[in-house]
Design a protein around this ligand. Sequence first.
Ligand code: SAH
Length: 213
Amino acid sequence: MEDSFLHKGLRKKLVEELKNKGISDINVLNAINKVPRHLFMDSSFMHFAYKDKAFPIAANQTISQPYTVAFQTQILEIKKGEKVLEIGTGSGYQSAVLIEMGASVFTIERHKVLSSGAQTLLMQLGYRPRFFYGDGFEGLPTYAPFDKIIVTAGAGHLPEKLIGQLKPGGKMIVPIGPENEQTMVLVCKSDEGKTEITEHGSFVFVPMLKGKA
Ligand code: SAH
């Protein structure tokens, strides 16, 4: 569980790379600079942890590319104290970034092994989101509404129930499309509860699947 000067140096370089690619929210960049991404990956991939690439984790899933994490986080304009729902806990990395930004995080994962693994690691690192093992398409009606919702898997269609769990004035970012490529879709809910949808480029995510695994 070491976070050496080498790791910190590589992380600074990654942050510079993300700046050059257009990430400008200083709170996002600071959070990425703080979270030891190498600890969220299998030890055999440690050397790759600070490259701007997605990497395999357990259960055939991936830890998203740092640029993608930064892009989705930036577009949500996360503020301290906001209640954020994440779909797809995966490695737990995105949750850690949100917590570094002062968000109160609720995260759902459909793979038991990933949910438990992320729970153990995040607790060791002192990050405390609320973990849920279940189907993200259902959201968390008991804890709704949320200020922000981040979907970190590619959905075949807009998850309607999640829109219902968004506060007026809230935002949801969700990649929508077939397995090979998705469009980044931002759903903004007005204070009157009307939704506006905008598109923000192409990305590739693992698929958002129904039910638990
Ligand atoms: N946010 C993660 C990214 C993991 S990849 C990270 O920072 O590492 C996307 C994750 O979404 C996978 O772990 C996958 O199992 C999960 N997933 C896919 N469909 C889901 C669903 N319906 N509900 C909850 N999690 C889902």
